[in-house]
Design a protein around this ligand. Structure first.
Ligand SMILES: NC(=O)c1ccc[n+]([C@@H]2O[C@H](COP(=O)([O-])OP(=O)(O)OC[C@H]3O[C@@H](n4cnc5c(N)ncnc54)[C@H](OP(=O)(O)O)[C@@H]3O)[C@@H](O)[C@H]2O)c1
Length: 332
């Protein structure tokens, strides 16, 4: 049932031929505790990862987002293993759209070309549908990076090009450069949720809409806060690392400020017999038309089960606007 509903609402990713479900699976959580950002999440074992991927894909997600930096290839490898397993079982969901990312820090654009075969190897030889520049800080210019990415499309190593954490100006520049090679910039992956509306203020959302570029919203649940679980049970905050507490706004002042928003999510959740997190995700994938798709991460199969449920109902326009107001009030 959920799968059918989600299928009905596939949407194009930017101006590409890729049709994606409004929610895809974020795979940072599959870093196996390795690398410079892998320790952020607990180390999941392969059976947990298999269940999370299975539940997500069988429930209607048709794409996954990973990255080189997530465990130095460990997330890509874990994903490849579980997709191999699903294929062996004859699952019709064993070949999702795959998005991954090149890590630019302290590197030049030549590494984009030099490392692509390693990315494909980590993904078990699978085609990379969307290859993204993970963030704008690098030793090379955007022009050199777009030239290298266009070369990969031409060589048939990747299908489409995206960026991540780019400002409106950097995104527009990347788009203009790719057009010189007859390509479009398909997406910009940025932080976006009801408690983080920076891209609505700094022109990124407006530019994306104008240029037909999809926004891939990362941390769509503000790393769990928008599920209401930390407001309901503040003792859970103690189990979260200091860096995550700081990044997500798990301090007393921020929690007090976000409480009325969580209350609004809870009222709507009761109305639809869903959860506050599902309401938050539903807002994200509908408030800006088809421009925003989101990639919630999960460390448990029950998270994935809950998150896919956000694709099986639709808030009314009045409700979307009401949450928009509650969101801005929480950010004042
Ligand atoms: N491009 C970038 O720079 C960038 C940056 C960050 C993330 N990303 C991508 O975006 C994805 C998602 O972002 P994110 O992981 O930062 O944030 P998120 O999706 O907002 O939060 C994920 C975390 O929230 C909790 N959670 C998720 N679903 C839940 C549910 N239904 N009920 C209760 N708790 C739930 C879990 O925390 P616990 O594990 O503690 O239970 C989970 O690990 C990542 O996997 C990654 O692919 C990209």
């Amino acid at each position: 049932m959920e799968s059918e509903l989600a299928k009905a609402s596939l949407r194009p990713l930017g101006r590409s031929s890729l049709s994606v479900s409004p929610l895809g699976l974020g795979c940072w959580q599959f870093s196996r505790g390795k690398g410079i950002v892998g320790g952020y999440w607990s180390n999941l074992d392969e059976s947990d990862i298999l269940e999370i991927v299975r539940v997500s894909l069988e429930g209607g997600m048709n794409w996954v987002d990973t990255a080189e930096i997530y465990g130095g290839g460990k997330s890509e490898e874990a994903l490849a293993h579980v997709l191999d397993q699903l294929k062996k079982e004859g699952s019709p969901h064993a070949a999702p759209v795959i998005a991954t990312k090149w890590w630019p820090l302290l590197r030049t654009a030549s590494s984009i070309t030099a490392t692509i075969d390693e990315r494909i190897r980590c993904l078990g030889g699978r085609e990379i549908d969307l290859y993204q520049i993970h963030q704008p800080f690098s030793l090379s210019s955007i022009a050199s990076e777009m030239k290298a990415m266009a070369g990969l499309v031409k060589a048939g190593k990747i299908r489409y090009v995206g960026v991540s954490n780019y400002s409106a100006k950097q995104m527009t520049e990347a788009h203009r450069l790719l057009q010189q090679y007859g390509l479009h910039l398909v997406s910009n992956q940025v932080k976006y949720n009801l408690l983080d509306r920076k891209i609505d203020r700094n022109g990124t959302m407006a530019a994306a809409k104008e240029l037909g570029i999809s926004i891939i919203a990362y941390s769509p649940l503000q790393q769990g806060i928008l599920t209401g679980r930390f407001h309901k049970d503040p003792a859970q905050i103690g189990a979260v690392s200091r860096v995550r507490r700081m990044q997500s706004g798990l301090d007393e002042k921020s929690m007090a400020r976000s409480k009325p928003l969580i209350d609004s999510l809870t009222v709507l959740a009761d109305k639809y017999t869903v959860t506050p997190g599902q309401i938050a995700l539903n807002w994200l994938i509908h408030y800006n038309g088809d421009t925003v798709v989101a990639i919630p991460g999960a460390s448990k199969a029950r998270h994935a089960r809950e998150n896919i449920g956000a694709m099986s109902f639709r808030l009314t326009q009045d409700e979307l606007e009401h949450l928009n107001g509650a969101s801005w009030s929480a950010l004042k």
